[in-house]
Design a protein around this ligand. Structure first.
Ligand code: F6P
Length: 325
């Protein structure tokens, strides 16, 4: 066994497949002669020394479980230099030489700053339902959330059709429309309203303008949640005012999108990226996110994964528009 430990934490919003990732990192590390410590409650637990060794048995029977056995948090303290100093001291005390961070944008931003300040090797794994990290085609948890949304929309469609109503279904994604756009395609929805398409067009006007009622007696519009208040409720209210002839309802799917057993796709992705993260460490890589592009594992520098905006493929908008006539 090699000296010291690797440390694993999950941070930010949980995502299905985080457990499969913890399992993969732990087992691959042990296979390659490393000892592993689990850090509880994300960076909070690193600051407060909530850490214990993980064995292969500790990660048994978790590949199929949603959430994260390590718990997660959004740490305000880690955003301060004082918090990061405490975290560094705990890492020294616990003999953790490399930090593995499973999380989204905010979590990898934290890792990047920490790595710069203290010269600590950090390796990121993209764990978020939002799929909004640049440099990876997929993030762990996205596929499961997408399937959950589609399952829900299938159910909503039954009642929407029976009552001849327009449903605005709000999905997560923060400021990224991947979940909305692709769940709309997969569920046969009539439209998706996404942040990436918001600046130059009135997406509601476009949708109504396409004359959906000419051929259909009900409609489903998937809307990305909006920090500025332009979520499903906003569009429903507009339709009530501007097109009072339509019967409108709103469903906000909320946190049910984050739970549940990970899809096979997410389990495989988590397992591949987890093993690749240990390979990356052994190759001397640091401060990179392990991603997947064209079905090949890639190492993406933190700066790129965080700073660059991952674009939505605009052809997906055409696909949805053509198929929802
Ligand atoms: O980033 C993942 C995510 O689920 C976003 O889609 C959403 O905006 C946010 O987290 C919700 O965070 P919380 O669980 O803190 O309400």
């Amino acid at each position: 066994m090699k000296e010291g430990y690797i440390g694993i934490l999950t941070s930010g919003g949980d995502a299905s497949g985080m457990n499969a990732t913890i399992r993969a990192i732990t087992r691959s590390a042990i296979c390659n002669g490393y000892k592993v410590k689990g850090i509880y409650r994300g960076y909070e637990g690193l600051i407060n020394d909530e850490i214990r060794e993980l064995t292969t048995e500790d990660v048994s029977n978790i590949i199929q479980r949603g959430g994260t056995i390590l718990k997660t948090a959004r740490s305000k303290e880690f955003e301060t230099p004082e918090g990061r100093r405490k975290a560094y001291e705990v890492m020294q005390k616990e003999k953790i030489h490399t930090l593995f961070v499973i999380g989204g944008d905010g979590s990898l931003t934290g890792a990047r700053i920490f790595a710069q300040e203290y010269d600590v090797p950090c390796i990121g794994l993209p764990g978020t339902i939002d799929n909004d990290l640049w440099g990876t085609d997929l993030t762990i948890g996205y596929d499961t959330a997408l399937n959950t949304i589609v399952e829900c929309v299938d159910k909503i469609r039954d009642t929407a059709t029976s009552h001849e109503r327009i449903f605005f279904v709000e999905v997560m994604g923060r400021d990224a429309g991947f979940l909305a756009q692709n769940s709309a395609i997969a569920s046969g929805a009539e439209a998706a309203i996404i942040p990436e398409d918001q600046t130059d067009t009135d997406q509601l006007e476009e949708f109504i303008g396409r004359g959906f009622r000419k051929t259909k007696n009900s409609s489903i519009v998937i809307v990305t949640e909006s920090p500025t208040g332009k979520g499903a409720a906003y569009y429903a209210e507009r339709v009530r005012k501007e097109y009072p002839q339509y019967d409108v309802r709103v469903t906000i799917l909320g946190h049910l999108q984050r739970g549940g057993s990970p899809s096979a796709g997410d389990r495989i992705l988590a397992s591949r990226l987890g093993c690749a993260s240990i390979q990356a460490m052994m190759e001397g890589q640091r401060n990179v996110m392990i991603g997947i592009r064209n079905d090949k594992v890639v190492y993406v520098p933190f700066a790129e994964a965080i700073k660059k905006n991952k674009p939505i493929d605009k052809s997906l908008i055409t696909v949805l528009n053509e198929l929802s006539i």
